[in-house]
Design a protein around this ligand. Structure first.
Ligand code: NAG
Ligand code: NAG
Length: 465
């Protein structure tokens, strides 16, 4: 084709589109004026396209080992407690198919209703499973098999169902989302199976809940979590909670495999001084209870902490089996605040070796655990020992007291110190009438019942890698 002719042909349509846009703009402006005259000024100030959904979070690093949200699925809706995991994509719930290795009674499992996804579906082929399953007949159900780095696994089929959600702008929606109905769970490790109904996958892949909500135009593909030191917090999908200033941002690695929220490289500082450990990459993973450093960084931290404790009242103990490195005082300890004066802040400096790099600070209360025996233990673990190779993971323990923002729109990750005990002040843009009960999903009060009698104290789960 003649390119010149093409340009000429293109002109008239562009002209008409511009004219149409101009007309539309005029119409919108006049509508907006009408709105404001009726007292709807708020909408004019709110230029956002999408909205956010906010969930209260419960859980802790120790003894539970996870943080979870309550989510309604289906019609009629059923409430499921799901472990929030930014380290994997697929959301799954225990499935009454019937189920192998489920920790929930049958009436608390998800019951599929002829709603399996065919294996020809885009989300099935996009699952990125290690051994991709064969799709012989395009109408076959889409089977999945997912393994996590703590060797737990789930096998099931993909289904699609309604997720009743209350958005921050006051609307309720019932998007159909894809998730796994997991009918065979294995937990070969030393820990009992998790008492939660499943996993809420918030990774970077297409099948993650945030990616699905964003491709449906419901929310932006942004995830915010804020985990408190007191077992509370909140999770949000969408960008309304992202503060407009004060956030430290660092870019996400785009190099494949870029499935995870991987940043780096970072330099390790101890008490604001260089340690000589640099060039280490980190994965931000809310599905991991603890923080994992590679053997070199781990050794460095261990040496520096031990050196600092010389001449202090704490002595190393092997009596406590909760974690590998622990110390005891003369009396059992009650709180990290009793001993934090003996420990220094660990800092990760992102952005290469530049002096103006982005600092991620890990104060003692974000890397220490007080165990049931009253000892203080290091909550940074040796990642090389569990086969993470050169990956380093920042887990829940180091996320406490900060808002962490996974921005898939701009391929960056950010953090800012926050009071995670308080739900954010949402709803004010809508007249401030979003009461606490509305902000919380119904049945939130059920948590106490859901967990009574379940001993999850030994359980801790790492995100899938
Ligand atoms: C709230 O946001 C959703 C999703 O973006 C949109 O469909 C809905 O119309 C909005 N509701 C209001 C009241 O603005
Ligand atoms: C960390 O794990 C690796 C691999 O098992 C081991 O060689 C190394 O000695 C460990 N480091 C420490 C300080 O325990």
């Amino acid at each position: 084709m003649n390119p010149k002719k093409q340009t000429i042909n293109l002109f008239p349509p562009v002209f008409y589109v511009l004219l149409l846009l101009l007309l539309l703009l005029c119409f919108q402006l006049s509508e907006a004026t009408k709105d404001s005259s009726k007292g709807h000024q708020i909408k004019l100030q709110n230029h956002r396209l999408g909205s956010s959904v906010i969930f209260p979070v419960s859980g802790n690093v120790y003894p539970l080992g996870y943080y979870y949200v309550l989510l309604n699925i289906g019609n009629p809706p059923k409430l499921f407690d799901l472990d929030i995991d930014t380290g994997s994509d697929l959301t799954w719930v225990q499935c009454d198919a019937p189920c192998n290795g489920c920790s929930k009674p049958r009436d608390s499992q998800y019951k599929p209703n002829h709603n399996t996804l065919p294996c020809s579906h885009l989300l099935c082929s996009g699952l990125d499973l290690p051994q991709s399953k064969h799709c012989d007949d395009p109408d076959d159900q889409c089977d999945y098999e997912i393994g996590y780095s703590d060797h737990a696994s789930s096998v099931g089929a993909l289904v699609s169902d309604e997720f009743p959600l209350r958005l921050e702008n006051g609307s309720t929606m019932r998007p159909h989302l894809t998730f796994g109905c997991g009918y065979d769970q294995q937990n070969p490790g030393p820990h009992p199976p998790p008492p939660t109904a499943g996993i809420l996958g918030l990774g970077r892949g297409k099948v993650s809940i945030s990616s699905q909500l964003s491709s449906l135009g419901v929310t932006k593909n942004v995830i915010v979590h804020c985990l408190s030191h007191n077992g509370k917090g909140f999770l949000s999908i969408g960008d309304e909670l992202v503060p407009s200033s004060g956030v430290t941002w660092t870019s996400l690695s785009l190099k494949p495999p870029s499935k995870n929220y991987k940043t780096g490289p970072a330099e390790l500082l101890f008490n604001d001084k260089t340690t000589g450990v640099k060039g280490i990459n980190f994965i931000f993973d809310s599905g991991s209870s603890y923080t994992y450093f590679n053997a070199e960084a781990y050794q460095a931290v261990l040496d520096l902490v031990r050196k600092d404790l010389k001449g202090k009242p704490l002595t190393e103990t092997k009596e406590d089996k909760s974690l590998p490195v622990c110390w005891k005082d003369k009396k059992p300890l009650k709180s990290v605040h009793d001993v934090k004066k003996y420990f220094k802040t660990i800092t990760l400096r992102f952005g290469g070796s530049q002096k103006n790099g982005q600092l991620f600070q890990i104060p003692p209360e974000s890397y220490l655990i007080i165990t049931e025996k009253g000892n203080v233990c290091l909550g940074i673990l040796n990642g090389t020992e569990i086969g993470l190779d050169d990956y380093n993971i920042i887990g829940d323990i180091s996320f406490q007291g900060i808002m962490v923002i996974y921005d898939n729109e701009k391929q960056r990750i950010g953090w800012i110190p926050s009071d995670c005990d308080k739900l954010p002040n949402v709803g004010q843009d809508n007249g401030g009438d979003l009461s606490e009960e509305e902000a919380y999903p119904r049945g939130f009060g059920l948590i106490g019942e859901l967990f009574s009698g379940t001993d999850a104290s030994k359980y801790n789960k790492d995100g899938e890698l």
